[in-house]
Ligand binder design. Structure first.
Ligand code: BES
Ligand code: ZN
Length: 547
């Protein structure tokens, strides 16, 4: 059972949704119906998850009742069913503060002329825009009609035909997605297109030109891409994540449009989720490392195939360094892979641990059994559990049955930190980074900057204009150091950065460091910038900047 859902799919489950939604930009709500096909196993009660939804009526129910709201989980919608009832239709609308929706005023878009809306359902925000069983252990197919005011366009992570979006593979609720705005489209490969506001389309098409090579790289390793199209939607800068692996349509931050394809590991990552995550899915948020650890491992295999070993090694070393920093910040209990989240927000488990410790464990297994054998294992794993949601225990049993005794599994999964015997990622490229050179890659820069103990901020800025960097990762690293070192020219750029970007990975460290050294400044910046952040990012930063 999933502690983050009220649903009892073992009594009455859901198997298919027919959505009919109108987007109302003026009132900042979605309004319409969800017709839900049921899987009746026992009893006469269907329980759905909701958060902040206004329920008008439940057609087909004998009676229904919206329970009391819990701050983390929202409110259960309890529906009594007559005998033989296999479908109910919920008539509802969302509310303007919905945690899974961000409504952007025209000023917050690139074009400045039209509003924009996008969803972010992972981890438990689908319930704020659709009444459903919001647990990754339940999978549904869906069909959706979306009405959007002209001249705007709606897109969904699904396949569109005749104005209906269809998802014919059963997927978990956290992968249901929708966006609407002034969205243009350009083909970039035989099964891929980029979508973005018109002004960003050229940059997006250039940045993501290697997408088809990446798809073929994963197919060569782990079998066919099963979702038909792989498109990428570039969102406005307030998108709170780097990327989100919505099936058929990855959502991406515009901060990866560096102009030199140096940050496209994000595409490799979200694409890899088409196997690890979307095909084989974590059954609960305690099993999140099954999604992210496997994905980071696959991501680096893709980078190796498409860009070479040197690039993949650099990413692995950077990841290992970031994991060490994360360990230093986290309580021990949160450094295990299978994390206890009872009574907590699943967001608390979204640290670098499931990503980097998970990937490191798989790399260590790969080294122990040999690449060829491990590749065969992974391919069989994706086939064996395709379109299923599995727990950590199921993975452990499968591994033990098919690859006898490869590593100290128990220590990796259930003990804190990194066990002895872990592989040490190494990069020759990082061996001699004494002083920057003009031709340095983004990765060499990041490594160099992160290794500096007493950086000569003035000289670095004078010679390399870091305060003006157009690479979001380098700029972020530089601004973070500027706050830490009290370097004024960098500090002056921090406010502009925090007011124009809503990616949580960038906001969190900057606000944390600002609060340590200059809390008044942090509060002043946040007071102005907060309205532009996504509700999910607001929630995180509210916990850091105490107003
Ligand atoms: N699925 C995650 C994003 C996510 C995780 C959203 C948990 C909500 C809750 C996505 O695949 C991801 O990991 N994105 C990373 C980028 C990636 C390159 C590591 C991110 O957004 O930083
Ligand atoms: Zn991911």
């Amino acid at each position: 059972m999933d502690v983050h859902s009220y649903a009892r799919p073992d009594h009455v489950g859901i198997r298919h949704l027919d959505l009919d939604l109108r987007i109302d930009f003026d009132r900042k709500i979605l309004e319409g119906t969800a017709a839900i096909q049921l899987d009746r196993l026992q009893g006469d009660e269907l329980i759905l998850d909701t958060r902040g939804l206004e329920i008008r009526v439940v057609e087909g129910a004998s009676s229904w009742e919206l329970g009391e709201a819990n701050p983390i989980l929202g409110a259960p919608l309890r529906i009594r069913l007559g005998q033989g009832i296999e479908q109910v239709t919920v008539h509802y609308s969302t509310t303007p503060g919905a945690s899974g929706l961000q409504w952007l005023e025209p000023a917050m878009t690139a074009g400045k002329r039209h509003p924009f809306l996008f969803t972010q359902s992972q981890a438990i925000h689908a319930r704020s825009w659709i009444p459903l069983q919001d647990t990754p252990g339940v999978r549904v197919t869906f069909a959706a009609r979306v009405t959007v005011p002209a001249p705007l366009r709606a897109v969904m992570g699904a396949v569109e035909s005749d104005g209906v979006f269809r998802m014919e593979h059963p997927i978990p609720s956290y992968l249901i997605s929708l966006a609407a705005g002034d969205i243009a489209r350009r083909e970039i490969g035989p099964r891929s297109a980029v979508y973005s506001e018109p002004g960003l389309l050229d940059a997006a098409a250039y940045e993501f030109a290697d997408t088809e090579s990446m798809i073929q790289a994963v197919e060569g390793l782990y079998g066919p891409y099963r979702w038909g199209r792989y498109d990428i939607l570039v969102l406005p800068p307030s998108f709170p994540f780097g990327g989100m692996e919505n099936p058929c349509l990855t959502f991406a931050t515009p901060t990866v449009l560096a102009g030199d394809r140096s940050l496209v590991s994000l595409v490799a990552h979200e694409l890899a989720h088409s196997w690890s995550g979307n095909l084989v899915t974590n059954a609960t948020w305690s099993d999140f490392w099954l999604n992210e650890g496997f994905t980071v491992y696959v991501e680096r295999r893709v980078l190796e195939k498409v860009y070479g070993r040197r690039r993949a090694d650099m990413e692995a070393v950077l990841g290992r360094g970031q994991l060490e920093e994360e360990f230093a910040r986290l309580p021990e209990n949160d450094t295990v892979l299978h994390i206890d989240l009872k009574g907590r927000d699943p967001d608390d488990g979204c640290t670098l641990v499931p990503y980097e410790k998970g990937a490191l464990m798989l790399l260590t297994i790969e080294e122990a059994v040999g690449r060829e054998r491990f590749d065969r294992f992974l391919r069989a794993y994706f086939d064996r559990f395709a379109f299923q949601s599995i727990t950590t225990a199921q993975f452990e049993a499968y591994l033990k049955a098919t690859l006898p005794n490869p590593v100290a599994l128990d220590a990796w999964i259930h003990s804190p930190g990194v066990p002895d015997g872990a592989v040490r990622p190494h990069s020759d490229a990082f061996a001699h980074l004494e002083w920057p050179a003009a031709e340095w890659s983004t990765h060499e820069w990041l490594r160099f900057l992160r290794e500096q103990r007493e950086p000569d901020m003035e000289r670095l800025d004078r010679e390399f204009r870091l305060s003006e960097s157009r690479n979001s990762e380098i700029l972020h690293q530089w601004l973070l150091m500027s706050v830490q070192q009290g370097y004024t020219p960098g500090m002056e750029k921090v406010e502009g950065f925090l007011s124009s970007v809503g990616r949580r990975k960038f906001l969190k460290p900057l606000y944390t460091e600002l609060m340590k050294r200059n809390p008044e400044r942090a509060k002043a910046i946040y007071a102005k910038a907060r309205a532009g952040y996504h509700p999910i990012a607001q929630g995180t930063i509210d916990g850091i900047v105490k107003r």
